[in-house]
Design a protein around this ligand. Structure first.
Ligand code: F6R
Length: 369
């Protein structure tokens, strides 16, 4: 049932194009207008939403952080992302105009369930983004948008993560369309780009032999840093989380802009640093700032492993390794940029002889506090 792959995780990474395609399937009409059947919150209620709060844990919370950039840009609605176990023990400022989005692969994470209850008690509407039909979180929410990633068996989340991000984009595009704001004209264009992503993820997967090789000879590495900015920041944190949980290597993801506020002190000769570079076709200053960050860590002896868009030659002088991803819009790029990091962690853990499907001390769904 591993379909010829050495682990469920390797198979699930490989299944990601399908997970995204299936999550997009059947959700646009002939005119390219989004149709979200499971949206049981009325259009009037959605038009009146003045704040979105995403609640989730772990990898699902990183999907929420990616969503924040996209939804705020497309919809001009403020989005907060909060870990469910923090949210449930505060007095969050929510009202009947707050849309709470609970993201969970399993639908059974205890802290997320409790946060959903807490939000509903305060009068918020809750939309679940979930991969498991009929699980507790969708049953207790006002509406559900299912991710169609299929069952995820490996403990570490991969295909569910990409499907969660995809579902968040659909939500953002739907809200933009519904509210008919300035961005509504661009929805069709973004949707068209989104439909290209499965083939682009396939392309990334087909070009990762170099990453696999690097991972294999890094089996003795003690620490790896990950830098990213804008949507690359949650990607960096997800890359670090995958490496911790699978390979038991100390790893940290940073916002690249924080580097000089502390983390650069960690850089010593030989320190591997992954850098997720924003598209040079996007906001130019962002690209050049991240290129300077690569230069800064390189000058202190770091080994730089750079994830950059195809055609981005500016990174080359400062990169020990360049990992290429296809061109897409900045907001959609996490769906491509995270894939080499997943493969890196999986391959490195395998090289260490570890069980990537069942890392020590972890459970697939955390049904206790
Ligand atoms: C990391 C991972 C966890 C889960 C988290 C939430 O690879 O799998 O961080 O993302 O436990 O689980 P769900 O999405 O089931 O609520």
């Amino acid at each position: 049932e591993k379909g010829g792959f050495p682990s469920f995780m390797a198979k699930e990474i490989h299944d990601q194009p399908q997970a995204i395609a299936d999550t997009l399937l059947g959700r646009t009409d002939a005119e390219g207008r989004l149709q979200l059947d499971e949206m049981k919150i009325s259009e009037a209620e959605l038009r009146s939403v003045d704040k979105i709060v995403v609640i989730a844990c772990g990898t699902a919370a990183y999907a929420g952080q990616v969503a924040k950039y996209a939804i705020e840009h497309w919809c001009r609605i403020p989005v907060e992302v909060e870990l469910a176990h923090e949210f449930r023990y505060r007095d969050p400022v929510v009202s009947d105009r707050t849309l709470v989005v609970a993201i969970s692969q399993s639908g059974e994470t205890m802290d997320t369930i409790m946060a959903v209850r807490h939000a509903r008690e305060q009068g918020a509407k809750v939309l679940a983004i979930c991969n498991t039909n009929g699980s507790t979180i969708p049953r207790e929410s006002d509406a559900v948008l299912y991710t169609h990633a299929g069952p995820e068996i490996a403990v570490a989340s991969t295909k569910a993560f990409l499907a969660q991000i995809t579902a968040c984009y659909l939500l953002g595009l739907y809200l933009a369309q519904l509210r008919g704001n300035k961005f509504a004209d661009e929805v069709a264009e973004v949707l068209a780009q989104l439909h290209e992503i499965p083939a682009q993820v396939r392309e990334v997967l087909d070009g990762l032999e170099q990453v696999r090789e690097i991972a294999r000879y890094m089996a003795d590495t003690r620490s790896v840093l990950f830098l990213g900015r804008h949507v690359g920041y949650p990607v960096a944190m997800e890359g670090a989380l995958k490496l911790k949980e699978l390979a038991y290597i100390h790893a940290e993801g940073f916002a690249a802009g924080e580097l000089k506020h502390g983390p650069i002190a960690l850089v010593e000769p030989g320190q591997p640093v992954f850098v997720v570079v924003p598209s040079p076709r996007g906001r130019d200053s962002l690209h050049s700032k991240v290129v300077s960050n690569i230069q800064e860590v390189r000058a202190r002896g770091a080994r730089t492993l750079v994830i950059a868009e195809r055609g981005d030659t500016a990174v080359e002088p400062f990169a020990d390794v360049v990992i290429r991803i296809p061109q897409t819009s900045t907001l959609l790029s996490p769906l491509l940029a995270v894939v080499p990091l997943q493969v890196f962690a999986c391959e490195l853990a395998t090289a260490k002889g570890l069980d990537v499907d069942q890392p020590r001390n972890l459970a697939k769904s955390v049904t206790v506090e």
